[in-house]
Design a binder for this molecule. Structure first.
Ligand code: FE
Length: 205
């Protein structure tokens, strides 16, 4: 079997170079439009990111009706704010409380709520995180610098292609009267995956 134009034989080993080479091959064959590709990458890198999820969480902290709607049907609640599309078809919001801390993983691959959090971080896709999150969640949390009270149960949610989870972290103390824009600054990406907590006011720069 002729193997000359098989991608495996021409792709360099460095991932960035591989991607570039693959893009060149596919563009040359007329299979992709580089301008469209740039647009998609720009969208997910710059326009869609954790700032979207942070707005959702800040609103849930501030508006009891929205919080109830979000916990009832997150897909509808976030769509109403304009967050929907690729990799975000069915979203479930899970709320942290003093009794329960929620943490999200995709044990099979890297399913993630893109419209709310953007592109998943490298560690989310790692074998180590995917296997350890379920087996020893408290240890993983402590690796991330999170120590929970022994009275707090940890619930780990396994994402799938059909179901993506958004953790609603607990609202930090001493934030009464803050605007939603101010509150959103406390909501980190990791706090919405459950590997972190929302920032305390004194942690803001
Ligand atoms: Fe996945």
């Amino acid at each position: 079997m002729p193997h000359d134009d098989h991608p495996h034989t021409v792709l360099p080993s460095d991932p960035a170079l591989r991607v570039k080479t693959l893009e060149t091959i596919l563009t040359g064959k007329g299979l992709i439009d580089p301008a469209a590709l740039d647009e998609i990458i720009d969208t997910y890198q710059n326009k869609i990111g954790p700032q979207n999820g942070a707005r959702v969480v800040a609103r849930a902290w501030d508006e009891p009706d929205f919080r109830a709607a979000l916990l009832e049907d997150a897909t509808a609640a976030v769509s109403e704010m304009g967050f929907f599309g690729r990799q975000g078809e069915h979203v479930v919001a899970v709320e942290n409380t003093p009794e329960r801390h929620n943490m999200v993983v995709c044990t099979l691959c890297s399913c993630y709520p893109w419209p709310l959090l953007g592109i998943p971080p490298g560690w989310y896709k790692s074998d180590a995180y995917r296997s350890r999150a379920v087996r020893e969640p408290r240890k993983v949390l402590s690796d991330f610098g999170v120590t929970l009270s022994p009275d707090t149960a940890v619930r780990v949610w396994d994402s799938t292609a059909e179901m993506r989870y958004l953790v609603v972290p607990m609202r930090p103390d001493n934030t009464e009267g803050w605007s939603q824009d101010e509150l959103a600054r406390l909501v980190t990406r990791d706090s919405m995956i459950g590997t972190g907590l929302a920032l305390r006011p004194e942690e803001l720069e």
